[in-house]
Design a protein around this ligand. Sequence first.
Ligand code: NAD
Length: 466
Amino acid sequence: MPAHRTRPAPRQERFAVLDPATGEPFDEAPDQRPDELDAIVARAHEAWRGWRADPAARTAALLAAADAVAAAEADLAPLLTREQGKPLAESAAEVARTAARMRYFARLDAGPRPIADGRPVRSEIRWRSLGPVAAIVPWNFPLQLASAKFAPALAAGNTMILKPSPFTPLSTRLLGSVVSAALPEDVLTIVTGHEPLGARLASHPGIRHVTFTGSVATGRAVAGGAAASLARVTLELGGNDAAVLLEDVDVERIADRLFWAAFRNCGQICMAVKRVYAPARLYSDVVEALAQRARTVVVGAGLDPDTQLGPVSNAPQLARVERYTARALADGGRAAAGGRRLDRPGYFHAPTILADVPADSPVVTEEQFGPVLPVLPYRDLDEAVEAANSTGFGLGGSVWGTDADLAETVAGRLECGTAWVNHHAELSLAQPFAGIKESGVGVAGGPWGLYGNLRPFVVHRLDGES
Ligand code: NAD
């Protein structure tokens, strides 16, 4: 027997997964090696042959998988809370949205479309799948963002290899096994491990589309890696959304909505409100209304039913939030509420409202991605719109006021992909989701998300001349 046959298989390395509410490890996940990807991509390529061939069977399998995900909520939601930190009710809502997104894409149709241009030629676009797609996602909404990748990719007839963040591997692995049980083998594969696993996946020559959600810096690296094979690249990156409050805003009426638009998921949302611009006349009212909520919100472990705000998800993110806050205070800012990490085990940071922060402090110009919100005064609306548009990001933004028509007119001046009036960060499954500037490349969501996973194949037929 050849020597290599007698060698035992290498032991699968594992890494610890921490509970952010305690900072302690509670389980482990496989630390897969980048060289495992060759076989995984080859199997995904093989599975693609059957998966792309029968759209009706695909729809049925994806709908069955969506039902299985909804039915697994009691297992998925607590595991998500345990490794990510969010309150259990938000984890349950994330599971429900994951199943809803799968159903939405399973039912979308990308059948042939005629091209009517008046010529005596019958032209038709037939949409074709791409092949194995690589997805890389962050830790803030592990299940929702995984489904935002695999639901359109699989519905389009592709197969997928998906890598979650090493901070949240377990709920994604469980989701993968629930979904895969309803699908043919190797249609969806979850890989977990540390870098350079993601870098190798993004640059693998067998991958035809790389779809990434995460930070701007990593997005650049991913795009650079994918350039080697010229795979299609979709990037959903960071945001620094501004909320502009108008002179006629009813502060008490909007304060809860505005607060939660900034603090839900502990502020760890790409399109959370990350800066508030308030008219100078209302400035102290707005600061106080938000600070009062920050002081009274119940902070605790996500599994505790009383908790409204969980811990920050991981130690590096907590350090980042502390850094931005300390710098804002050193720059002359004032903490109207919070201002520091909480003195308890786990990664808890006090919900923080920052006033009087200079406009060039990094908590205003960059992305804090945590439970810290700067509020800035403005005197002139043009100045506020210019400030809202002044960062390198362009994901979302919102305008708040009693005259909703006026607010909508001002919202139209925001340079971003989605603008909201009197609310923020709510997306429809049917809408295109696309950041501009450094917030992204390509379009996800709605039919655009499906077509982003397809290529057009065009047939021109000259009738009556054969
Ligand atoms: P991150 O960029 O550090 O990591 C994202 C993913 O990339 C993780 O799975 C990580 O393991 C992987 N990764 C790290 N280095 C890599 C490399 N060199 N090559 C390939 N993959 C690599 O981001 P994060 O801290 O996990 O997430 C927070 C960021 O995600 C924020 O900037 C947030 O705004 C952004 N985000 C954007 C959206 C959106 O839809 N636009 C949604 C959610 C989060």
